[in-house]
Design a protein around this ligand. Structure first.
Ligand code: G1P
Length: 290
């Protein structure tokens, strides 16, 4: 029997340098895609996978994230007074139940492995999910739900992967596949940000993980890897020698919202899909394209 995945860690301390200058004062996770912050999509994906508790790993200048998930008393009162119940309901639907979210500070930008390690006390001794909010993953079934379903069969640890162009391997953690059964891939190893000539494959780890709590013991060694950072991939590669570890080729489309063009693509694609906005979005885009 595997324990259920109840908690998710969301590292949100990054500075968003690829989408400056807008992210100088606004956390990149709060940039709007269509009409809600990137983070709202991540939380919705996690909820659809059964996540009950969210652990945000934040840093300086990120307080607005905590405020987004709380009541805005003045705004709510004004919407109620003006009878804008649709907008009010939508706003309230984004809120967590009290106590469902925790916030821990990373304090120093030492890498993704360090950010995840900062959540260790809140996660405790149970398997958990990690979602990197840079990526919005759109699909029929929530990407994390696909991992959770696969976890029901495999137990152990899982990472979501997708094929990327070979010349882009140095942007990702890349797996060394050993075999494949449908979407489930067994692995011999994984390496963080390899150059194309060193990469064991073009199967890149995207920002969705299910990990066993033993990862925290490995992360506590605080060893530096690629780019001089404490890398999650390095500790996962070690955990793989001791526990079951699979990759899962998820079904869906990923938008890298930590990148200017990725963010634009997400806005266009998700606006076109919206029942209430799709037709108007299409007209506007066609008009622009002349
Ligand atoms: C991080 C991880 C990397 C993963 C990527 C997915 O890198 O370290 O293994 O492939 O996220 O987006 P970052 O994008 O923070 O450089």
């Amino acid at each position: 029997m595997t324990k259920p995945i109840r908690k998710a860690v969301l590292p949100v301390a990054g500075l968003g340098t690829r989408v400056l200058p807008g992210t100088k004062m606004v956390p990149k996770e709060l940039l709007n895609v269509v009409d809600r912050p990137i983070l709202a999509y991540t939380v919705a994906e996690a909820r659809a996978a059964g996540i009950e508790h969210f652990v945000f790993v934040t840093g300086r200048g990120k307080q607005a994230i905590e405020d987004y998930f709380d009541h805005h008393v003045e705004l709510e009162a004004q919407l109620a007074a003006k009878g804008k119940t649709g907008q009010l309901d939508e706003l309230l639907a984004e809120l967590p139940r009290p106590g469902e979210m925790s916030f821990v500070r990373q304090m120093q930008p030492l890498g993704l492995g360090h950010a995840v390690w900062c959540a260790r006390d809140v996660v405790g001794d149970e398997p958990f999910a990690v979602l990197l909010p840079d990526d919005i993953v759109d699909g029929e079934t929530s990407c994390l739900k696909q991992l959770v379903d696969a976890f029901g069969q495999t137990g152990g640890n899982l990472v979501a992967v997708e094929e990327v162009p070979h010349q882009e391997t140095r942007k990702y953690g890349v797996i060394d596949p050993a075999g494949r059964d449908g979407r489930l891939i067994s692995m011999k190893g994984m390496v963080e940000k390899p150059s194309p000539d060193q990469a064991p494959s073009n199967l890149a780890i995207i920002g969705r993980y299910i990990l066993q709590p033993e990862i925290f013991d490995l992360l506590s060694a605080q060893e530096k890897g690629a780019g001089g950072e404490i890398q999650l991939t390095d500790s996962m590669a070690k955990l793989m020698t001791r526990q079951p570890f699979h990759a899962y080729a998820y079904d869906g489309v990923r938008y890298d919202c930590g990148d200017k063009i990725g963010l634009l693509r997400a806005n266009v694609a998700l606006a076109l899909k919206r029942p209430d906005l799709g037709a108007a979005a299409r007209r506007a885009i066609e008009d622009l394209l002349g």
